[in-house]
Design a protein around this ligand. Structure first.
Ligand code: 5GP
Length: 120
Protein backbone atom coordinates (compact mmCIF):
# COMPACT_ATOMS: atom_id res chain seq x y z
CA UNK A 1 0.00 0.00 0.00
CA UNK A 2 1.21 3.50 -0.79
CA UNK A 3 0.11 6.44 1.34
CA UNK A 4 1.99 9.23 -0.46
CA UNK A 5 -1.25 11.03 -1.40
CA UNK A 6 -2.62 10.74 2.14
CA UNK A 7 0.61 12.18 3.48
CA UNK A 8 0.49 15.07 1.00
CA UNK A 9 -3.19 15.80 1.81
CA UNK A 10 -2.81 15.58 5.60
CA UNK A 11 -3.59 19.08 6.92
CA UNK A 12 -2.84 18.29 10.59
CA UNK A 13 0.35 18.88 12.55
CA UNK A 14 1.04 15.16 12.19
CA UNK A 15 0.91 15.64 8.41
CA UNK A 16 3.74 18.14 8.77
CA UNK A 17 5.69 15.59 10.79
CA UNK A 18 5.00 12.86 8.22
CA UNK A 19 6.25 15.16 5.44
CA UNK A 20 9.31 16.17 7.46
CA UNK A 21 8.23 19.83 7.49
CA UNK A 22 8.65 20.01 11.25
CA UNK A 23 11.05 17.90 13.29
CA UNK A 24 10.06 15.00 15.49
CA UNK A 25 12.05 12.53 17.52
CA UNK A 26 11.27 9.39 15.56
CA UNK A 27 11.52 5.95 17.10
CA UNK A 28 10.11 3.77 14.36
CA UNK A 29 8.83 4.10 10.80
CA UNK A 30 7.65 1.72 8.11
CA UNK A 31 5.30 1.87 5.12
CA UNK A 32 2.21 2.02 7.36
CA UNK A 33 3.07 3.80 10.59
CA UNK A 34 5.29 6.36 12.25
CA UNK A 35 6.15 6.48 15.96
CA UNK A 36 7.68 9.57 17.55
CA UNK A 37 8.02 11.16 20.98
CA UNK A 38 5.22 13.42 22.17
CA UNK A 39 6.34 17.04 22.41
CA UNK A 40 4.56 17.48 25.79
CA UNK A 41 5.04 14.13 27.53
CA UNK A 42 2.37 13.11 30.06
CA UNK A 43 4.55 10.31 31.42
CA UNK A 44 8.28 9.68 31.68
CA UNK A 45 8.03 7.97 28.29
CA UNK A 46 5.32 9.17 25.91
CA UNK A 47 5.32 8.04 22.30
CA UNK A 48 2.70 8.66 19.61
CA UNK A 49 1.99 6.00 17.02
CA UNK A 50 0.17 7.18 13.91
CA UNK A 51 -0.97 5.57 10.67
CA UNK A 52 0.29 7.08 7.42
CA UNK A 53 -3.24 6.84 6.03
CA UNK A 54 -5.48 9.85 6.73
CA UNK A 55 -7.90 8.50 9.35
CA UNK A 56 -9.38 11.21 11.54
CA UNK A 57 -10.21 8.87 14.42
CA UNK A 58 -11.71 5.45 15.09
CA UNK A 59 -15.26 6.73 14.51
CA UNK A 60 -14.57 6.89 10.80
CA UNK A 61 -12.38 3.79 10.51
CA UNK A 62 -13.97 0.94 8.62
CA UNK A 63 -13.26 -2.60 7.42
CA UNK A 64 -11.01 -1.14 4.70
CA UNK A 65 -8.68 -0.02 7.51
CA UNK A 66 -8.32 -3.46 9.09
CA UNK A 67 -4.88 -4.05 7.62
CA UNK A 68 -3.32 -0.76 8.74
CA UNK A 69 -5.00 -0.79 12.17
CA UNK A 70 -3.94 -4.39 12.70
CA UNK A 71 -0.43 -3.47 11.68
CA UNK A 72 -0.38 -0.59 14.19
CA UNK A 73 -1.41 -2.86 17.03
CA UNK A 74 1.01 -5.60 16.01
CA UNK A 75 3.90 -3.12 15.95
CA UNK A 76 3.24 -1.79 19.46
CA UNK A 77 5.43 -4.39 21.17
CA UNK A 78 8.36 -3.57 18.88
CA UNK A 79 7.91 0.18 19.38
CA UNK A 80 7.53 -0.30 23.14
CA UNK A 81 10.81 -2.21 23.17
CA UNK A 82 12.54 0.60 21.25
CA UNK A 83 11.17 3.04 23.84
CA UNK A 84 12.43 0.87 26.71
CA UNK A 85 8.92 -0.06 27.84
CA UNK A 86 8.97 -3.79 27.25
CA UNK A 87 10.07 -4.75 30.77
CA UNK A 88 7.90 -2.45 32.90
CA UNK A 89 4.91 -2.42 30.58
CA UNK A 90 2.88 0.45 29.22
CA UNK A 91 -0.55 2.00 28.72
CA UNK A 92 -2.18 2.82 25.40
CA UNK A 93 -4.72 5.62 25.10
CA UNK A 94 -6.55 6.83 22.02
CA UNK A 95 -8.67 9.96 22.16
CA UNK A 96 -11.48 10.00 19.63
CA UNK A 97 -13.55 13.11 19.14
CA UNK A 98 -14.53 16.14 21.14
CA UNK A 99 -15.64 14.49 24.39
CA UNK A 100 -12.31 12.66 24.68
CA UNK A 101 -10.30 15.86 24.33
CA UNK A 102 -8.69 14.81 21.04
CA UNK A 103 -6.65 17.77 19.83
CA UNK A 104 -5.05 16.47 16.66
CA UNK A 105 -7.63 15.12 14.18
CA UNK A 106 -5.40 12.36 12.87
CA UNK A 107 -5.72 8.95 14.54
CA UNK A 108 -2.99 8.27 17.08
CA UNK A 109 -2.17 5.94 19.92
CA UNK A 110 -0.51 7.37 23.02
CA UNK A 111 2.03 4.89 24.34
CA UNK A 112 2.79 5.78 27.95
CA UNK A 113 5.15 4.30 30.52
CA UNK A 114 8.60 4.44 32.05
CA UNK A 115 7.11 4.79 35.54
CA UNK A 116 4.13 3.66 37.60
CA UNK A 117 1.09 5.32 36.03
CA UNK A 118 -1.92 6.51 38.03
CA UNK A 119 -4.65 3.88 38.24
CA UNK A 120 -7.09 4.28 35.35
P1 5GP B 1 -4.65 14.25 21.53
O1 5GP B 1 -4.98 15.26 22.58
O2 5GP B 1 -5.14 14.67 20.17
O3 5GP B 1 -5.05 12.84 21.89
O4 5GP B 1 -3.06 14.17 21.48
C1 5GP B 1 -2.28 14.96 20.65
C2 5GP B 1 -0.87 14.87 21.16
O5 5GP B 1 -0.02 15.42 20.18
C3 5GP B 1 -0.63 15.64 22.45
O6 5GP B 1 -0.17 14.76 23.48
C4 5GP B 1 0.42 16.69 22.06
O7 5GP B 1 1.36 16.93 23.07
C5 5GP B 1 1.03 16.07 20.82
N1 5GP B 1 1.56 17.04 19.88
C6 5GP B 1 0.92 18.15 19.42
N2 5GP B 1 1.71 18.82 18.55
C7 5GP B 1 2.87 18.10 18.46
C8 5GP B 1 4.08 18.31 17.71
O8 5GP B 1 4.25 19.27 16.97
N3 5GP B 1 5.07 17.39 17.87
C9 5GP B 1 4.90 16.28 18.70
N4 5GP B 1 5.93 15.43 18.78
N5 5GP B 1 3.78 16.08 19.41
C10 5GP B 1 2.78 16.99 19.30
Amino acid sequence: MNFDKDIQDNTTIFGKILRGEIPAEKLYEDDYVLAFKDIMPKARVHVLVIPKKCIQDLRVAGPEDAEILGHMMCKISEIAKLAGLDKGGFRIISNNGEHSGQEVPHLHLHLLGGEFLPKF
